[in-house]
Each structure stands twice: as C-alpha cells, then as structure tokens.
Design a binder for this molecule. Structure first.
Ligand SMILES: C[S@@+](CC[C@H](N)C(=O)[O-])C[C@H]1O[C@@H](n2cnc3c(N)ncnc32)[C@H](O)[C@@H]1O
Length: 275
C-alpha cells in the first residue's frame, strides 16, 4: 500500500496537493481534498509530507498526524495517543462559558488535551483555570494548551492531584470523562479504538463509572451555587442526572441535536436553599 501510494504521488510530482489527494482517496478518506490541504500546510518538506500522507492513509487520526485539532475556534495541540477533542464537546464548552464569569475558579477534570479548559479561558477572561488528567501524555499536551491562559495542569486520579486550597471554592467543574460502556468499545471507529488510550474511552459496564466518582466528590470542591458539567450519551442522560441528584446536585439536562451532544449540569444548592 505504501509503495503504491508513493507511485501515485509520483504521478503528480509538481502538485503536492493532488498527490496527497490521490493517496487519501485510495485509502478511502471521505474528505481527501480538505485533509490534503491541511497535510500540505503542516509538512515542512516533501519527505515529511509523504510520511504524513502515509500515516493518514494507514488510519492514524488526522489530528495526530498534523499535531492539532480545531476546537471552539482555537488550535489545540494533540499529541499521539491523546484523545482528540470532538466537535460535539463544543456544546459542553458553550454551556460552561454561559455559566462562567470573570474571576471564576474553573477545573477541567479528565482534561485530555485541555481543549475544554482552554476554550473556557479564551472566552471568559480572566478565570483561574486548573486541569487534571491521569494520563501523563495528556497532561504534557494540556500544559501547552492552557499555558496562554495561565492555567495549571496536574497529573493523577480525578480530584486527587488538585491543590487542597481549591476545596469549596470552585465555581465550575467541567468533566468530559470517558462514558462509553466497555462492551461498546469494540464498535468504535478504528481511529478511536486503535489510536486513543483505552483509559480515555472506557466508562465501565454502564459507561458511568468515572462520572459516578466525579459527581460523588464534586460537592467537596464546588462553592455554593457552583456547577458540575459533564458530557454524556443521550440515552445515559437520565441516569447521569439521577446520580448527580443522589450526590446533592440539582440536575438539569441540556441537549443539542445540531451538535448531537448531551450535557448534564448539576448545581450545588446554596445553604439557605437546601434546608
Ligand atoms: C473522553 S477523554 C476527554 C478529554 C478532554 N476532556 C476532551 O474533551 O477532549 C477522557 C479523559 O479522561 C482521562 N481519565 C480517565 N480516567 C481518569 C481518572 N480516573 N482520572 C483522571 N483522568 C482520567 C483520560 O486520560 C482522558 O484524557
């Protein structure tokens, strides 16, 4: 396949874009024209372009090949193996942006590349941004993406690596935690299944294992009136809302058919409201 691709590329020796389109089309890429344009722009030499086209044709996610993804109008660095921020998660970012105010203390849990925190910090200035992830590759990547906003990134399990001084002060926790049921991982597209870490995808038997833990600890970190926002599946949303309620959060489900995205927002009641 690689040799054939290189021969095809040779038939358009003076037109790198056309060469790459040929390679991508042969590999079955649906958006070959657009992807070829991005690969040509990203490559620093003809050899690098050929290598990038081969990697894409072999099934690596485009974002891992070019090293970035567009998210809420930002260019987010995405290193190999790190979860590629999905377009649908822009809906989660927009929900958080609507609730944040200048000065908000925000935590992006399960931050991956840090795309959600960066989008929030870019839209509402200034905020105090903290992010955390268990995967060292994600942490390194997120550090680069949130640095322009003064964000800090910690490595560890959920809230465990956050500074204790944040307890009771957080206005917004965003968590796009893994929510794919374990059995459904095998049905995911190969780009995700083969090139993103299992820990980024697998939400346990019903997909809600990590969300359950995120919600259980949220009241310890949220300020009164603070919000926990998680992305979830449309069919999982009632269960997500229920587990929020069991943890003392007032749940609300937000759904966008345009984004095909569902977000559950849980608010920690103020002391005078809970009695
Ligand atoms: C679905 S990805 C989302 C990444 C990012 N928030 C986004 O939307 O692009 C889930 C992320 O959760 C992280 N993760 C999974 N379990 C975790 C845990 N127990 N503690 C911290 N991070 C975790 C994974 O490493 C992965 O980066």
């Amino acid at each position: 396949m690689e040799a054939r691709n290189r021969n095809d590329a040779g038939t358009h020796a003076n037109d790198p874009h056309a060469s790459v389109v040929t390679i991508l089309r042969a590999a079955g890429c649906v958006f070959a024209e657009e992807e070829a344009r991005l690969l040509v722009a990203a490559a620093r030499s003809p050899d690098e372009l050929a290598a990038m086209a081969d990697r894409r044709a072999a099934g690596f996610p485009l974002e891992h090949v070019i090293g970035w993804a567009e998210f809420c109008g930002l260019r987010i660095a995405v290193d190999p193996g790190v979860f590629v921020p999905r377009r649908r998660s822009e809906f989660l970012a927009r929900q958080a942006i609507a609730l944040a105010r200048p000065g908000t203390v925000a935590v992006d849990l399960c931050c991956g590349s840090g795309a959600l925190g960066a989008a929030l910090a870019a839209a509402v200035r200034p905020i105090e941004l903290h992010a955390a992830d268990v995967d060292p590759a994600a942490v390194q990547c997120a550090r680069r993406n949130v640095a322009p906003y003064g964000g800090r990134v910690y490595e560890g399990d959920l809230y465990e690596p956050l500074p204790a001084a944040l307890r009771g002060r957080v206005g917004i926790v965003i968590a796009n935690a893994p929510y794919v049921p374990s059995e459904a991982i095998a049905l995911m597209p190969p780009e995700a299944r083969l090139h993103e870490a299992l820990v980024a995808l697998d939400g346990g038997t019903d997909g809600l294992d990590v969300q359950r833990r995120v919600a259980a600890e949220a009241p310890r970190w949220l300020a009164e009136g603070g919000h926990l926002l998680v992305e979830t599946g449309e069919r999982q949303a009632p269960q997500t809302a229920d587990l929020f309620a069991r943890c003392g959060l007032l749940p609300r489900v937000a759904r966008s058919d345009d984004w095909d995205a569902t977000v559950v927002i849980g608010t920690l009641r103020k002391a005078q409201e809970s009695g």
